[in-house]
Design a protein around this ligand. Structure first.
Ligand SMILES: Cc1ncc(COP(=O)(O)O)c(C=O)c1O
Length: 394
């Protein structure tokens, strides 16, 4: 038997999405062609656009299809930076963000700093992973004219911590600064309403919702100007050229629609599983630290992600020992070419190097059951004992 507790990395395709994808792969015609084949393909794409817009409460023209979260984040950050700094110098060099962001946000920002004279203001995060709005207000009060954009994720994919994005956007709007949010871990896990969020741009991806990998979108408000990072045809309001993908777009739309329609039910299920999980882990390993546990479940912390720190254990030892028992978890830390390191998110929240390497992230999704939690809890004590006696390798 195997048990999958790593839905924040990617969640299984929904059977309904597999059916639709298989069917729509047969759609013939380029959606930009004027003949009837082209028009049919275009109809499929436009229906998908409309469905996504309805699910996130946006206008259909605000949905720009991309290849996923990474591309959406790059397009938002590079595109906003470029449009806010038209040719002839860098009038607005500052990008505001936080060190707890996903690498898909951190790296384009660092690239802009290295290559395009951007300056970065990293907002401090508290031990609960949330930024301080007063720090942001102070910065904007003195330097708003020089700020190109703010990029802050809605829900952190390692800790489940929810950032108050509407409050950030409301504050930024007083200074006319556009805000982008990576909502990859938020959509389908908390209520996400693009229209009332005040955001200029918002990234989503399909494979965290039961859709295919390689399908995502950037929501770009009608008022927002954003330069493309790819150049080619004039597709997608000129922001993202490339032949449209009817099958992928409709599969993405179905995943988004399904996840949003099931939200209340999913939150109830995940909350029950979350409480059982946390209680079980504390009973099995009393010295465990549950990250951001003081934040209210459901509003300040999503119920489908829990990050545990097991002091004295290397997170990757636990991961391998549990995997050997058929239980798939994540240590939520950067893993490049098989080399794991301390979680940059936990480090930014003020945890020590050891604690930041001793974490295990459990994440739930649309196929999660109580058996998954019970299997993890059943194998944890032995895995913990063995990982603890192996000690640290970092
Ligand atoms: C918060 C967050 N942003 C962005 C991404 C990247 O999305 P994609 O895999 O669709 O490129 C991920 C995926 O792990 C993520 O968790």
């Amino acid at each position: 038997m195997s048990f999958y507790l790593d839905h924040a990395a990617t969640t299984p395709l929904r059977p309904s999405v597999v059916d639709l994808l298989t069917q729509s792969l047969l759609t013939q015609g380029n959606a930009s062609s004027v003949h009837s084949f082209g028009q049919k393909a275009r109809q499929v794409v436009e229906q998908a656009r409309e469905d996504i817009a309805a699910a996130v409460h946006a206008d259909r023209n605000e949905v720009i299809f991309t290849s996923g979260g990474t591309e959406s984040d790059n397009l938002a950050i590079q595109g906003l930076f470029s449009s806010r700094n038209p040719i002839g110098g860098v009038a607005r060099p500052i990008i505001v963000s936080a060190a707890t962001e996903h690498h898909a946000v951190l790296e384009p920002i660092e690239w802009l700093a290295a290559k395009k004279n951007a300056q970065v203001h990293w907002l401090k995060t508290g031990s609960d992973g949330r930024i301080n709005l007063e720090e942001l207000e102070e910065l904007l009060s003195s330097k708003a004219e020089e700020v190109a954009l703010i990029s802050l994720m809605w829900v952190n994919n390692e800790t489940g911590v929810v950032q108050d994005i509407p409050a950030v956007a409301e504050l930024a709007s007083r200074f006319n600064v556009p805000v982008h949010s990576d909502a990859v871990a938020a959509l389908g896990h908390i209520k996400v309403d693009f229209a009332t969020s005040g955001l200029a741009a918002m990234s989503i991806t399909g494979h965290k919702l039961g859709g295919p990998v390689g399908q995502g979108a950037l929501l770009v408000s009608r008022k927002t100007k954003l330069d493309p990072i790819f150049h080619g045809g004039g597709h997608e309001r000129g922001m993202r050229p490339g032949t449209l993908d009817p099958a992928g777009s409709s599969a993405l739309a179905l995943a988004v629609k399904s996840a949003v329609a099931e939200l209340d039910q999913s939150i109830q299920l995940w909350t029950d599983l979350n409480l059982r999980l946390v209680q079980g882990v504390i009973t099995a390993v009393p010295e465990v630290k549950v990250v951001a546990v003081d934040l209210e479940l459901g509003t300040a912390r999503v119920p489908n992600i829990v990050n545990f720190i097991f002091p004295g254990c290397a997170g990757d030892s636990l991961l391998f020992l549990l995997d050997a028992k058929g239980v798939a978890v994540s240590n939520g830390s950067a893993c490049t070419a098989g080399v794991t390191s301390a979680s940059h998110v936990l480090l930014a929240m003020g945890y020590s190097q050891h604690d930041s390497s001793a974490c295990v992230r459990i994440s739930l999704g649309h196929t999660s059951t109580q058996q998954d939690i019970d299997a993890f809890l059943a194998h944890l004590p032995e895995a913990h004992e063995r990982a603890k006696s192996a000690g640290f390798t970092v």
